[in-house]
Structures are given as C-alpha cells and as structure tokens.
Design a protein around this ligand. Structure first.
Ligand code: GSH
Length: 214
C-alpha cells in the first residue's frame, strides 16, 4: 500500500494525490506539514511535502512520483506512448513548476501566513510569472487538455499549480492570470467538471478557506 504524506492546503500534495486517483491505485493519506524536523527530513530530504511511502521506503519530488506511478501501473496511462509526445508532457510539467509555481511561491509567506509583502519580491516576481505565462501560452494546447486531446500528467500538475499561482497573483497584484492567458479560464472550468479533480479540489478549497488569512 502506498501512503501519501503532506497537507491538503499544499498544491503539490493535491497534485500528487490526483495521480493515484486517476490511475486507480489504492493509497492512504497521512497528514504532515513540511518542516526541517528529522522525522520529515529522513523521508523528504528538503523537508518538503508531499512524499510517498512504499514498503517502508520514501520517495519525494512530484514529477518523480508521477514516473514511478506510471511504471508500476501503466494503465490507464497518464503519459502518451509516443516518446516525443511524452517528453512534451514532461516539458509542460517542468515549465509550470519552475517558471510559474516557483516565482509565485516567493509570496507564500504573505499569502499563506499574512506576512508583509516584501517589496523586492513584489517587483521581481511579477515579471518572472509573466515570462512563465508567455512560455505556457506557447506550449499549452487546450485541446481540450493542456498537452492535447488526452488527459495527462501535465493536467494533473497544471490544475493545482496554476490555481496556486492565481491565488498569489490575485492577492498580491490584484491580477487574475486567466486574463493573461487565453483559454485558461475555460480550461479551469472544464477540469473542475472531472470528478477526480472536483473531489480533490473541493477538499483543498475547504482547507484553504479555513487556513488562509482574511
Ligand atoms: N519540488 C517539489 C516541491 C514541493 C513543495 O514545494 N512543496 C511545498 C508545499 S506546496 C513545501 O513543502 N514547502 C515547504 C518548503 O519548501 O520548505 C515537488 O516537486 O514535490
């Protein structure tokens, strides 16, 4: 049995949680916050969530967990079989993580914990997110899925990561990224109609409503 460790307010946690649901792999959840405590570090070397535990061994990093799940249960597939199409899905996952989630995340202390906005981060993060959005606009197919006509790991990743970016840009810049990327609002809407996404998203929204500062 796989156990998934992390918290419902974490976009990465929900991203990884969606994957076994989609692949119909049984798992259990263990609630744990990211931290530098030894009991977390021994499982997730940077103290981040999520990680999964399989037969007493821990595995961290979302895209690595995606690959592992695909290998242990190839069906239903969440990567295309064609090697180039598969690499394009990985490219989307990476662009969203490195060039959208990461710059938005610089505001996490303000958005999640109510800290004052750092003026340097305020000036630096927005242009970085704009670059990420331009990259995503070039790569996203919205056909209707983000990598084309099949639901893939790129959708598993994009839904929660982009939601997280929007939470930050809306709060810090009064900027809804749906207004900057044609097709994104419709994409969010469509994805929310997928039962697996609706289930995980509903739990995340409820947890965020309780957790986020007013
Ligand atoms: N690269 C990691 C990122 C995971 C991540 O940043 N998780 C956040 C929660 S959404 C976290 O644990 N943050 C605490 C920290 O960075 O110390 C992955 O792909 O899983």
């Amino acid at each position: 049995m796989i156990t998934l460790h992390g918290v419902t307010i974490s976009n990465y946690y929900n991203t990884v949680k969606l994957a076994p649901i989609e692949k119909q792999i049984a798992f259990e959840e263990v609630a744990v916050f990211p931290s530098q405590k030894p009991e977390v570090l021994k499982n997730s070397p940077l103290g981040k969530v999520p990680w999964i535990e399989v037969d007493g061994q821990a595995l961290s990093e979302t895209n690595v967990i995606f690959d592992y799940l695909e290998e242990i249960k190839p069906n239903p597939p969440l990567y295309p079989s064609d090697p180039f199409a598969r690499a394009k899905v990985r490219e989307l996952v990476r662009v969203v993580e490195l060039y959208l989630d990461a710059p938005a995340r610089r505001h996490i202390a303000s958005v999640y914990f109510g800290a004052p906005v750092n003026p340097i981060v305020f000036d630096e993060a927005r242009p970085a997110i704009e670059k990420g959005i331009a990259a995503l606009e070039q790569l996203a197919k919205f056909g209707p899925y983000i990598a084309g006509d099949k639901f893939t790991f790129a959708d598993v990743s994009a839904y929660f990561q982009l939601h997280f970016v929007n939470l930050h840009t809306t709060k810090i810049y009064d900027w809804n990224i749906n207004d900057s990327l044609p097709g994104l609002a419709e994409y969010f809407e469509l994805r929310r109609r997928r039962p697996s996404v609706a289930e995980v998203d509903g739990l995340m929204q409820a947890a965020l409503t309780k957790f986020l500062p007013a």
